[in-house]
Ligand binder design. Structure first.
Ligand SMILES: Cc1cc2nc3c(=O)[nH]c(=O)nc-3n(C[C@H](O)[C@H](O)[C@H](O)COP(=O)(O)O)c2cc1C
Length: 234
């Protein structure tokens, strides 16, 4: 099955190839992206399934300078990411444990290793993390919200929508990074976006042309073998 026609990529890839090629992009080139194309992509992504076809996603499409306004509002809080309070929803457990913690630490080592950041160099780690708030230099950022009166089921639907967004972007030859890091700054972002009180800021998605010269984009994360999480019953 052909997922989509990559714009400018010159080739058409199978769904399998698109899924295999997708990875988080954390550095983008200056090349612009047409807002109309992103709007079309979001429209297409809304073909994602949702329980009862409730379509619980809400999205804010930001371009520059709106991205700078959002980043400035976050910086103006003066709250560093490691001190930010996840008071609207928690993405991570209070304590990491077991294999989840092992994988999380492996990601950190791989990411900071590629950037030549030493284990104890917390200053540079924080600087790298703060690049999240500029959508890693992407020309487009999408912030996703959901109505707080909805249940966890609708959060599954939002996740499926987000995954469809990143796969359609990959099919167009664009890079993406899903970013939960915005969530604890929802108070600062509410007036910038014009969010309603009922909305929970769930995550962002950076969208742009990957900067292939930046070593951060060389990261290829590992996956556990299927045997570790799949049980077959016949
Ligand atoms: C919901 C969600 C939130 C994420 N938040 C961040 C984030 O705030 N910053 C970041 O750099 N990466 C973030 N990521 C990217 C993950 O680190 C990445 O997906 C994971 O390490 C697997 O690597 P891959 O996407 O390259 O396959 C997030 C991913 C998801 C699905």
């Amino acid at each position: 099955m052909l997922l989509d026609r990559p714009v400018g990529a010159g080739t058409t890839r199978s769904t399998e190839a698109v899924v295999a090629a997708r990875r988080s992009t954390r550095a983008f080139s200056d090349r612009a992206i047409d807002a109309a194309e992103v709007r079309a992509l979001l429209r297409d992504a809304a073909r994602a399934p949702s329980g009862g076809n409730m379509q619980p996603w809400q999205a804010y499409l930001l371009r520059r300078p709106a991205i700078e306004r959002a980043a400035d509002a976050i910086r103006a809080t003066g709250v560093a990411p490691h001190r930010a309070v996840w008071d609207d929803y928690r993405y991570y457990p209070k304590r990491f444990f077991g294999s989840y913690d092992v994988r999380r630490k492996a990601l950190g080592r791989a990411l900071y290793g590629l950037l030549g950041i030493e284990r104890r160099d917390t200053k540079r780690m924080r600087q790298q993390f703060e690049r999240n708030f500029d959508f890693f230099g992407a020309p487009v950022g999408v912030l996703m919200t959901i109505d707080r009166r909805l249940e966890r089921g609708s959060w599954i639907d939002l996740g499926m929508f987000v995954q469809t967004v990143v796969l359609l972007a990959e099919a167009r030859g664009w890079g993406t990074c899903v970013q939960a890091s915005f969530a604890p700054y929802h108070r600062a972002l509410r007036p910038v976006l014009g969010m309603e009180e009922e909305e929970i800021l769930v995550c962002g998605v950076a969208i742009g042309h990957p900067d292939h010269r930046d070593p951060v984009n060389a990261l290829r994360t590992e996956r556990d073998p299927t045997d570790m999480w799949l049980r077959q019953l016949d």
